[in-house]
Every structure is written in structure tokens, then in C-alpha cells.
Design a protein around this ligand. Structure first.
Ligand code: ADP
Ligand code: ZN
Ligand code: ZN
Length: 730
């Protein structure tokens, strides 16, 4: 009898895999196993199986347990995830673990999982069944058990909820379970959609649906449709076709706040089980949803970035809504881009993938130019609602202290008087970004970062938005003891404050990360706005994205100038996308929408082109500039970011790293650095970076492969990560 070995990878960046004796277990490739790794019991992933090499005299450790009879990954997902590991130069196990719910990454044997919920088995007063039948009388129950039985019904109740009310419930529940009075049960996952009210598609919508074919293999599509043109209806019409073929659909949205809206619409237009996957699900819920998907119970999965890894069997279509959104790029761990990897999954499955946006990313536009993506346009708003008009309020002569311009204030009062809603957009939270002493010039700096502390006035605190450090706002200047401390600049809290003075009679709601920390708050706030009348909404980015607020007719973008002078190579692209997206919130029904931009630079070229010629013309010019400058998407980049407690150590490491990269230089490849990013120190660590650029993706990846191997061998206190296709170069 041959002995078998299993190659096991772990969720560490350390390249593996490591060999273990399979023993009596016969794991499938992709299964999770429990093994000893570095003296600890760990969950690992079987990435290969082979006969034991008789020449292999090393003593191999055995597998401790097999956690999955059947792997969680579909064949295609397995292939795609292995591609992800290679493309982003991360460990195979790390990538596999990223694609699973947290509950499955832990050391925990099957069967010991805490139940998610309970229900009562028999009505009160009925005969008890089971082992101690007869012996069990109401008298024999403890007070706690009685209380629990009263709380439970024949419907599902979450264990967490029971424990929240009765902290010792877990044991009592198990006792009741043994007496067969209650049973553990799992939450029914997802909602059932019913195609009830299908809209008649507009001509362009119907044409878009007709052009996307399902029997022609892999094909990425860009659904390039102005805001309000009915892209979602196109996605859902396509989804119906896919479901009719017995296949499943994956729909990604960039942020959690957009999930309910999408689910709601899907529920009314598609027959099938809809399952939601996103990172705010409780661990147990996430596991259940994941399992439902893997078991083939989901027809449609709607979710945010990480839902890309849903193990949908028979996947027939992937939709990436608002594909330009930066939230699709994971900014820690495996820094993958969900839009790019959606293309990878679709190509392995030979299915179409649809990217939707009113402001397509330059990457996608370049791919359309190259013929890799086919584009289909929706050029008018549904029902012929007019596009919003633009108005630029010139603030170059305005008094320095004004938070909102005079014209904007006037327009806001007019729209409120008509019982409409107004969005005042400011992409910075807090009261003001700087606290300054007018006497000596002192500014409140974070002690851990090269950054200034942001004033949060309602809390009376200063907060660093980079490391989370906070302190009480000082009453006097720590430098000169003077009392001339003043806020400088404007955040959402200050905008709200200024508006409250101008419009004391009106409802003002602020939406930013400070006010909408809780999951339900955002949705209920938006729902109230959808129902309600006149109101001013002050918000950050969070509100600029695809929310549909029917009464919103005016958008004011205040303090725009900061964004006009961005330093990153993508700042123009981002500005254009942001303005068009915020503008898209205005006048989505019959009302004419108006967008007011407040700037001291009304003649700015980017603004002019965007407002006068529209996004595609603006994008064409900006793309041409990228081509001339040989920047992405016409070149490929990777950024090595490093940090260390001491600058000297860091500099030394980066110099060695840069030298090693330069010794391997081939034609078309460039190494920039070591460079210091704009924020040279964060969370008390010094930061530095090296940027690699190449005209060709393959040259870049070949270099990365050998370079990273060398870097991994360098020892020391320097921590580093590699970002392939970074969104920012710092
Ligand atoms: P987009 O995603 O392109 O911004 P939406 O899909 O949100 O646009 O559509 C805008 C509005 O128009 C929504 O309220 C939607 O229900 C409605 N709508 C879309 N298509 C149609 C149609 N064919 N007939 C009637 N209403 C439609
Ligand atoms: Zn001072
Ligand atoms: Zn800080």
C-alpha cells in the first residue's frame, strides 16, 4: 500500500506548501485540514496530493483531521484563486483563506459549531417526548429554562439574542435540547424574488440586452450609461435570461449601502433565491450564506467586493455595478481588484461579464479602445428626464471665512421652498481639518503621524484620521498659552453647522462615517429621505454613489478647490467621476436637477471640459495625457510600500531593495525610488516606497517574481507589502 502526502498551504504570506502524511485521510485538493504548523494547530488548505516519495527520509507530520469531505471551492474558483495568488504575488493559502468566511478559517472541528438559532418543538402543556419523557414536568425545569421556553416560539430566534437577554442561556438551551423541547436551527438565508412588475425596456435598454449574448463564451461588456439611464434594469433583464437557462448570477456593488436597493429591485424583477454576501454580516450569517451558495441554493448573489468569491455553481453572468469605484480594490492583505478579477472568473467560465458605470474607469475605457471590452451605451435618462444643469459659483472674491457661497444659499432656499431635497457634498468628515493658533502659528499635529489632527467639535475632541489617535481639544494653545485657537478649513460637521444657522427651520441630516457607524442607521436614514419632504443632506462620498433619492433636485459641491489640485496621477480621473456621480443624484425623476460647484477657479480647464463636453470627451483627453506620459492604463505598475520604526533601517532596506531591482532591469522596465510618500510617518512608523513600471505586464511580473524572492530573504525589522496595479502611487 502506498502512503500519500498532502501538500498543505497556510494563510500566511510565507510561500508553501508544506508536505504532510495523509495517513488514513483521503483529502481532496481544496479541502481544509487541521495540522500542526510551527508548534500550533492550524487550518491549512490541501493544494496537492501525491504518493510518498520513498527517498524522502524527512519525518513528515500527519494530518490531524480532515475538515471538509468536499472542498468549498468550485473547480473554476480554485483556478481563479490560484491565478490571484500568482498575479498579486501572495501566498496560495492566504488567498484561499481570504475567499472563505472567517468561521471557516478557524481551528474548530465540524460539529462543535455553536448553533445560530433555536426554536421550540412543542406547544406549552403538550407531552414531552424523548429520553426523559415523563420525568420532565414543568416543576423539574429551572426558572431559566422556563423563561427560555417562554421566549422561544416555533419560529427561529437567534442564540445571540437569547444570550443577550439571559447570559446563561447556552447551557440551559442544551439541557432543553436533550429533553427534546427545543431544537437548534439555522436561519433561512436570503429572500425569494418574484418577477412581478417588469418595466417595458426603453429602446436603448432593449438594444443593450439584445447585444449581450450567452452562447458566445467569455466576453466583457461595458454598459456605459448616464446616471438614471436604467442600467439596473438591464442587469436584471440579463439576469432573468441567465436564470431561465438554469444558471446563476453574481451582482457586485461597490458599497454596503447599495446592497438593499439592489436586492429590493432584484426581488421584484427576478424569480429566484437571492442571497446577500458582505462584510457586515455577522460571522454565523456569513457562514450560512456562503454555505447556501455553495450548496446551490442561491440563484442570485448580491454583495460587495468580497462577494466576488461566492462559490456559485453554474455561474452564468457576473455584473460589476459602478465598476469605476475605488472600493473594488482591497487595500490590505491580498490587494486584489474585484473588477479585474471578475474578468478572470468570467474568462475561466467562458461567460459574459458586464461592467456598468456612468463614469467608466480609464482602465475599462482603454480596454474598449484595445477591443478587449465591448461597449454598449445608454445615452438618455429613463422617461426622458433632463440631465442636471451645472452652475459654477465663483468664490474667488468671497470672504475667506465663508463655508457656503451666497448663491448656493439662495438656491438651497428656493429648492426647499418647493418641498425638494438638497444634497450638500463635502468629502471630508469632522468639523475642520486643522486647529491653528492665530498668535504663534501652532497647529495640532498627530504625535504618531505626519498629519494634522481633525477637529470633531460635537465630541470636543481632536482625531487623527490616519492612526485613530484622539485627545481632548485644548482650551488654550499648548505653545504660547494664548486663547486664539481657531479651526481652519471645512469638514461636514462645519457645513452642517453653517447650514443650521442659515436654515434653522429645516431638517438637516448628515451622512458620513461618524454619523452612520451602525448598519441599520444608514438604511433607515435613506428610507426616511425617500419618503420625506424638504430636507438638506450633508454628506461625503458615501452619498455620492448610486443612491436613488427621488426628491433630490439640487446638489451643492462645496470646497471643491482641494480636489482640483490633487497630486496623484489619478486625481483628474477621480474628480471627473466624482462630480458626474454626485450630479447624478440630482433630478432623477421629472424635476430638472441643478448642480452648483463652488470654486475660486471657475476657469479651470478640467472643470470646463467636463461641464461643457461631458464625461466621455473629458475622459478621452485625460486618457490621451496618460498615454503620452506612459502612465496606467498604458503602463503597468507595482508599488512596494515599506515601514519601520526607524528611518535609518528603512532607508537601508529600500536602498538594497532598489539596487536588487536595478540589477535585473530589462528593456521597458523602470524603477523609481526609494521615494518618501507625502505622509512620511504614520502610526509612529517611518514609510518609504519603490515604484516599478513597465510597458508590458509580463516583464513586470517576471521581475517581481525573482525580486520578491530576494526581498523575502532579507531579514530585519522592516515590514513591507507589494501592491500590484496600485490605485495610488503613495
Ligand atoms: P442607473 O443605474 O443607470 O443610474 P437606474 O437603473 O437606477 O439607473 O434607473 C433609474 C430609474 O428609472 C429607476 O427608478 C428605475 O426604476 C427606473 N427605470 C429604469 N428603467 C426603466 C424602464 N424601462 N421603465 C420605467 N422605469 C425605468
Ligand atoms: Zn499659540
Ligand atoms: Zn495619527
Amino acid at each position: 500500500m502506498t502512503d500519500w502526502t498532502a501538500q498543505v498551504a497556510f494563510a500566511t504570506p510565507v510561500p508553501g506548501p508544506f508536505d504532510y502524511l495523509a495517513g488514513e485521510f483521503r483529502p481532496q485538493v481544496g479541502a481544509r485540514v487541521l495540522v500542526e504548523f510551527g508548534r500550533r494547530e492550524c487550518v491549512g488548505y490541501v493544494v496537492g496530493i501525491g504518493p510518498l516519495d520513498p527517498d524522502n527520509t524527512r519525518e513528515l507530520k500527519p494530518l490531524i483531521a480532515l475538515l471538509d469531505e468536499r472542498p468549498w471551492f468550485t473547480e473554476e474558483l480554485w483556478q481563479s484563486l490560484n491565478f490571484v495568488a500568482r498575479y498579486y504575488h501572495r501566498g496560495q493559502g492566504e488567498v484561499l483563506s481570504m475567499a472563505l468566511p472567517a468561521a471557516l478559517r478557524r481551528v474548530r472541528l465540524p460539529g462543535t459549531r455553536a448553533p445560530l438559532g433555536w426554536r421550540r418543538l412543542i406547544a406549552d402543556g403538550g407531552a414531552d417526548g424523548g429520553a426523559d419523557s415523563g420525568a420532565d414536568s414543568s416543576q423539574a425545569r429551572t426558572e431559566l429554562q422556563t423563561e427560555l421556553l417562554e421566549m422561544l416560539s416555533e419560529q427561529w430566534t437567534a442564540q445571540a439574542e437569547l444570550i443577550a437577554q439571559l447570559p446563561k442561556a447556552a447551557t440551559a438551551l442544551r439541557q432543553l435540547e436533550r429533553r427534546e423541547l427545543v431544537e437548534r436551527c439555522e436561519l433561512p438565508t436570503g429572500v425569494r424574488g418574484k418577477a412581478a412588475s417588469l418595466p417595458t425596456l426603453e429602446t436603448e435598454q432593449a438594444a443593450a440586452v439584445a447585444s449581450i449574448k450567452f452562447d458566445q463564451g467569455y466576453q466583457p461588456w461595458l454598459l456605459d450609461g448616464v446616471t438614471g439611464s436604467g442600467k439596473t434594469e438591464v442587469f436584471l433583464a440579463l439576469a432573468r435570461q441567465v436564470l431561465a437557462r438554469g444558471k446563476t448570477v453574481l451582482i457586485l456593488v461597490p458599497e454596503i449601502g447599495l446592497v438593499p436597493q439592489m436586492v429590493d429591485r432584484a426581488q421584484r424583477q427576478v424569480d429566484g433565491q437571492i442571497v446577500v454576501l458582505h462584510s457586515e454580516l455577522a460571522e454565523g450569517e456569513r457562514l450560512l450564506a456562503h454555505r447556501a451558495v455553495a450548496d446551490g441554493q442561491a440563484d442570485i448573489v448580491v454583495g460587495t467586493r468580497s462577494a466576488l468569491w461566492a462559490p456559485l455553481p453554474k455561474l452564468g453572468l457576473i455584473v460589476v455595478d459602478e465598476e469605476h469605484d475605488a472600493a473594488y480594490k482591497q487595500q490590505e492583505g491580498v490587494r486584489y481588484h474585484a473588477r479585474d478579477m471578475a474578468l478572470v472568473r468570467a474568462s475561466k467560465l467562458s461567460i459574459p461579464v458586464v461592467l456598468g458605470s456612468a463614469t467608466p474607469s480609464f482602465e475599462s475605457l482603454a480596454n474598449c479602445q484595445r477591443g478587449r471590452i465591448k461597449s454598449v451605451a445608454l445615452s438618455v435618462r429613463v422617461g426622458g428626464a433632463p440631465e442636471p444643469r451645472w452652475w459654477v459659483e465663483d468664490l474667488s472674491q468671497a470672504p475667506h471665512k465663508s463655508v457656503i457661497g451666497k448663491q448656493a444659499v439662495q438656491l438651497i432656499s428656493e429648492h426647499l421652498a418647493r418641498d425638494q431635497q438638497v444634497l450638500v457634498f463635502r468629502n471630508r468628515r469632522g468639523f475642520a481639518p486643522v486647529l491653528i493658533c492665530r498668535d504663534c502659528g501652532w497647529q495640532a499635529q498627530c504625535t504618531e503621524c505626519d498629519a494634522r489632527m481633525v477637529i470633531h467639535r460635537a465630541e470636543g475632541r481632536l482625531r487623527c484620521h490616519h492612526c485613530g489617535k484622539q485627545q481632548q481639544t485644548p482650551a488654550s494653545c499648548p505653545e504660547c498659552a494664548g486663547l486664539a485657537l481657531h479651526p481652519l478649513g471645512v469638514g461636514t460637521e462645519r457645513v452642517e453647522d453653517a447650514l443650521a444657522k442659515e436654515f434653522p427651520q429645516n431638517t438637516i441630516v448628515r451622512f458620513d462615517r461618524d454619523t452612520v457607524a451602525r448598519k441599520g442607521a444608514r438604511e433607515s436614514g435613506l428610507a426616511a429621505l425617500r419618503e420625506g419632504g424638504a430636507a438638506i443632506i450633508v454628506g461625503t462620498q458615501m452619498l455620492a454613489k448610486g443612491h436613488d433619492l427621488p426628491r433630490l433636485s439640487l446638489v451643492v459641491v462645496c470646497q471643491l478647490d482641494e480636489a482640483l489640485h490633487g497630486v496623484d496621477f489619478r486625481s483628474t480621473e477621480r474628480l471627473g467621476q466624482l462630480l458626474i456621480q454626485v450630479a447624478g443624484r440630482a433630478g432623477r425623476r421629472d424635476a430638472q436637477g441643478l448642480v452648483v460647484l463652488e470654486t475660486a477657479h471657475p476657469e479651470h480647464l478640467v472643470l470646463k471640459q467636463l461641464l461643457m463636453e461631458g464625461y466621455s470627451s473629458f475622459a478621452r483627453t485625460a486618457l490621451e495625457e496618460r498615454r503620452m506620459a506612459r502612465m496606467p492604463p498604458y503602463a503597468h505598475s507595482a508599488l512596494l510600500r515599506a515601514d519601520a520604526p526607524q528611518r535609518s533601517r528603512l532607508d537601508e532596506f529600500l536602498q538594497v531593495a532598489a539596487d536588487k531591482a536595478r540589477t535585473e532591469l530589462v528593456a521597458g522596465l523602470e524603477v523609481f525610488g526609494p521615494l518618501t510618500p507625502p505622509m512620511a510617518r504614520r502610526a509612529n512608523r517611518e514609510r518609504g516606497q519603490i515604484l516599478l513600471m513597465s510597458d508590458r505586464r509580463d516583464t513586470l511580473h517576471t521581475l517581481l517574481q525573482s525580486w520578491l524572492e530576494k526581498l523575502r530573504r532579507l531579514r530585519g525589522s522592516v515590514h513591507w507589502t507589494l501592491d500590484v496595479d496600485p490605485l495610488d502611487w503613495y
